[in-house]
Design a protein around this ligand. Structure first.
Ligand code: M6R
Length: 594
């Protein structure tokens, strides 16, 4: 979590407005504090405070700072409360070095104690501050900034992407990374560092991806990358094909609703990966078991993958939460394909699991962010084509992940009928989005609730889980997703008069059984909101409200379409409750800590 940015301009112009613009694009990574450091007239200038960017800018005018190079940070607190003192950048006691950091320094307490015993004075409760003091200590011993950073990373343990500036080496930013993302942008007006590409899309399209332990030195003349032995590394330069507009709200009130509305395009674009997917299948060869590994929304996409792979391709498939993966790892072998689903490609739990899986099995990443860690470490990669997703709640990346999984399953099982049905999905999504007014009205009716249940069977079960996750993470209403048949084994006890139960009931094999479950909750007083076929008169008679979907959307492809009204409900209920759907409390878009 947290986002970092660095920039050095070729001309001697003020960098603060650019740093501010770049770091604002990373607010989805952390929004409890913001800070900028620039260098001018032989000193480091710092403005920082707790609060959202807009609030802190209002009180401190972050864009008004002299200096043509600097660093910036948005924070998602791990060590120490959100506060001005704990906000980055952090400095040594004499303000000679400033540092921004994304990640966690696991051994910071030991380091801090030692530094205190040597006379260093600390101001914050953060793990990061030790980095500033270590760099200063090594520079005092005679090391230059680059080598002081190298000595520092020889001491700190944990995950980091960090950038440092020093008054003793003006016009230079030194950065490095291990297990946290960092990209370097080569722009026309200057050179950039960032945790993620949306930060710098407006300024630089040519990107270098530093590897763990490499040291990046940027000055006004360019970028040099050194390996651990000080050798220059010739890095590939990759060009990002995302546009700056893709990371803007473009007239929508929130990124989330913009991204919900981009889902048809996300599916259409991801379907263009068909040839790539086929090539991967041909290359992988004989596979006797599949393991999906993921977290959160990506885990729900993976669950749909299990139903598809087992029913269409007959391949035994497990779905394992990334954080639990190591406990199952000794059943893997070289005939297992381990598939990592992740929109960011940087999720720490998934990366740890990928390192384990790489030891025994073939690995495939289904990832939205090009150049991210999973794309570099997995044997094969399918890139979902959702474009940048800024809202913390995953929406268009979810349907793009599903699309990739459907493509994979349809191609493995040579199921042309499913391939044809997939082509119709974008239109079904757009048609469903037209009912937005009705969903808004329902959101007003349902925002009273303290708890929601979401029920679905078979392919609709992961949709129920994902619908519940969307609701809880942004509206803070408790939502539970259940396999419809499981309710009577315990949770039915919680069904009360008026409790909303969302039932996902597309036409298909599971329809009748799901209808029985609907009646079970209805007869106990639940307020049933059903998502089913527009033509389903019997559903309309039984449920309290129905969101109607095109009747041609059959059970098997329903996950791609039926999720749309559930996302909309979560979004509009959140607005009703006065919360910001793009920045839910305690959450960040990219979870780079275990
Ligand atoms: O980047 P990833 O897909 O690996 O992230 C996994 C989860 O953190 C993520 O899906 C999270 O659950 C969503 N933001 C929820 O909307």
């Amino acid at each position: 979590m947290c986002g970092i940015v660095g920039c050095i301009l070729k001309e001697n112009e003020d960098v603060a407005p650019i740093l501010f613009d770049c770091i604002s694009k990373l607010e989805y990574r952390g929004y409890d504090s913001i800070g900028l450091a620039t260098f001018s007239d032989g000193k480091i200038n710092i403005k920082k405070d707790k609060g959202k960017i807009i609030e802190v800018d209002k009180s401190l005018d972050l864009k008004d700072m002299p200096g043509s190079f600097g660093i910036a940070h948005v924070r998602w607190a791990t060590h120490g409360d959100p506060s001005k003192l704990n906000a980055h950048p952090h400095v040594d006691e004499d303000n000679t070095v400033a540092v921004v950091h994304n990640g966690i320094i696991e051994n910071y307490l030991e380091i801090k104690e030692e530094l205190i015993s040597e006379g260093h004075v600390f101001k914050s409760d953060t793990d990061t501050e030790v980095i500033a003091h270590l760099i200063e200590k090594f520079m005092d011993e005679g090391f230059d900034l680059e080598h002081a950073v190298r000595k520092t990373i020889g001491i700190i343990e944990g995950a980091y992407a960090l950038a440092a500036i020093s008054i003793n080496e003006p016009d230079k930013i030194v950065a490095t990374r291990k297990d946290s993302p960092l990209i370097v942008g080569l722009g026309e007006n200057g050179y950039y560092l960032a945790s993620d590409s949306p930060a710098i899309l407006k300024y630089a399209k040519d990107i270098i991806y530093p590897e763990k332990g490499e040291i990046v030195i940027i000055d006004r003349d360019g970028v040099v990358v050194h390996d651990e032995f000080d050798n220059v590394v010739n890095k590939d330069i990759e060009t990002i094909n995302w546009t700056p507009e893709m990371a803007e709200k473009e007239g929508y009130d929130h990124f989330m609703i913009k991204e919900i509305n981009e889902q048809a395009t996300a599916v259409r674009n991801t379907l263009t990966q068909r040839e790539n997917v086929q090539e991967i299948i041909d290359d992988i060869g004989d596979i006797q078991r599949i393991c999906f590994v993921a977290c959160g929304t990506s885990y729900h996409a993976s669950l749909t993958g299990k139903y598809l792979m087992e029913s269409l391709a007959g391949i035994p498939t497990d779905v394992i939460l990334a954080s639990e993966f190591k406990y199952s790892a000794n059943t893997l072998n070289d005939k297992t394909l381990v598939i990592f689903i992740s929109q960011s490609g940087e999720t720490a739990d998934s990366l740890k699991a990928l390192d384990v899986a790489n030891q025994t099995s073939k690995t495939l990443g289904i990832v939205n962010v090009a150049g991210s860690a999973i794309t570099r470490r997995a044997d094969y990669v399918i890139q979902t084509q959702a474009g940048p997703e800024i809202g913390v709640a995953a929406t268009k990346t979810y349907v793009a992940q599903l699309t990739s999984i459907y493509l994979l399953a349809a191609l493995v099982s040579e199921n042309d009928e499913l391939l044809n049905e997939l082509d119709m999905v974008p239109d079904f999504i757009d048609e469903t989005l037209k009912d937005v007014d009705y969903v808004m009205e329902l959101s007003k009716r349902y925002n009273y609730a303290r708890d929601f249940f979401y029920l679905g069977r078979g392919y609709s079960y992961p949709t129920a889980l994902e619908g519940a996750l969307k609701l809880k993470e942004i509206s803070y209403i408790h939502g539970e997703g259940y396999a419809a048949g499981e309710l009577k084994h315990g949770p039915l006890a919680l069904i009360d008069e008026g409790i909303p139960v969302v039932v996902i009931i597309p036409p298909g094999d599971n329809y009748r059984k799901t209808m029985s479950n609907l009646e079970e909750v209805k007869s106990r007083g639940a307020n049933v909101l059903a998502i089913g076929s527009k033509d389903d008169e019997s559903l309309k008679a039984k449920a309290n409200a129905v969101i109607g979907i095109n009747p041609e959307v059959k059970e098997i492809i329903a996950p791609l379409v039926y999720i749309v009204p559930l996302q909309l409900i979560a979004y509009y209920i959140t607005l009703e409750k006065g919360h910001d759907p793009d920045k839910p409390k305690n959450l960040a878009k990219c979870v780079t800590v275990e």
